[in-house]
Design a protein around this ligand. Structure first.
Ligand SMILES: Nc1nc2c(ncn2[C@@H]2O[C@H](COP(=O)(O)OP(=O)(O)OP(=O)(O)O)[C@@H](O)[C@H]2O)c(=O)[nH]1
Ligand SMILES: [Mg+2]
Length: 240
């Protein structure tokens, strides 16, 4: 069944050679069977493994629906996602990482809300990750929610679909992992309509996590910078 909506599947890629090809094939197959109008947009950023080559091969084999942008250097997860947001051409933007942390058909559940909401967010209804990782997530969530006054349940739950018009109205500044939190801050502040749907998390089955142990300190740095300058950003509230 082809659902009637238009979707950019945005995939940031850095050193994912173990998972990437299989993930791209699954995503492509899923989209062909389920989505009427889509593009798969890969933002690859200076990978030191074969990921760049895998992206190129995928685009060569599927030229109609796919694009790759090579940033050349690794500028950070947030920088890659932001570039993807700028380059996306469809009505809805769905961020999907190569470790496929949720089932792809979650987008079909989310699409039921496209007429009534601007953003379909998620919370983790099942979390099989190691207890240390869950604890880290809990601390991060609590800290960001309190500091930014956010009402969302999980700031960094992976499944998010955002209407293109929300993204094009916003000036986002974080280059690393804080980008998600920043986006949610503006969604709430500007009163965009959002819903959070329950999404069970699926653990990475191979490759290596790109969230290093120093990520937490990087996030804190970005958060304080954001707090300092947020009043000067997005001054003109724009309605959809
Ligand atoms: N283009 C680009 N992609 C990145 C960069 N840093 C990370 N990524 C990719 O973004 C994705 C991040 O996915 P996450 O699920 O947030 O983090 P993860 O590395 O999978 O870590 P865990 O899921 O926690 O194990 C990974 O597939 C990386 O390859 C970057 O600087 N540039
Ligand atoms: Mg992951």
């Amino acid at each position: 069944m082809n659902r009637e909506f238009s979707l950019t599947i945005l995939i940031p890629v850095y050193n994912e050679e173990f998972l990437l090809q299989a993930a791209l094939l699954s995503i492509d197959e899923f989209c062909k069977n389920n989505i009427s109008d889509y593009e798969i947009l890969l933002i690859e950023s200076g990978s030191t493994d074969q990921s760049g080559v895998i992206c190129d091969q995928f685009v060569t084999l599927n030229p109609n629906h796919t694009r790759v942008i090579h940033e050349g250097n690794r500028n950070g997860f947030g920088a890659a996602v932001k570039l993807g947001y700028q380059q996306a051409t469809k009505d809805w933007i769905w961020l999907v990482t190569a470790d496929l942390p949720f089932t792809l058909d979650t987008i079909l559940v989310a699409s039921e809300y496209f007429d009534s909401y601007d953003c379909i967010l998620s919370y983790r209804s099942v979390d099989p990750r190691k207890i240390e990782r869950q604890f880290q997530s809990y601390i991060y969530n609590t800290l960001v929610k309190i500091t930014l006054g956010l009402h969302m349940r999980h700031i960094n739950s992976g499944f998010k679909v955002i209407n293109h018009r929300v993204i094009e109205n916003l000036e986002l500044i974080s280059k690393q992992w804080f980008l998600d939190a920043e986006l949610l801050y503006w969604i709430q502040k500007f009163g965009y309509r959002y819903i959070e749907i329950p999404v069970p998390i699926i653990e990475r089955t191979g490759g290596v996590s790109s969230v290093g142990t120093l990520a937490f300190w990087g996030i804190l740095k970005e958060m304080f910078h954001f707090l300092k300058i947020k009043e000067s950003l997005n001054k003109r509230k724009q309605h959809l």
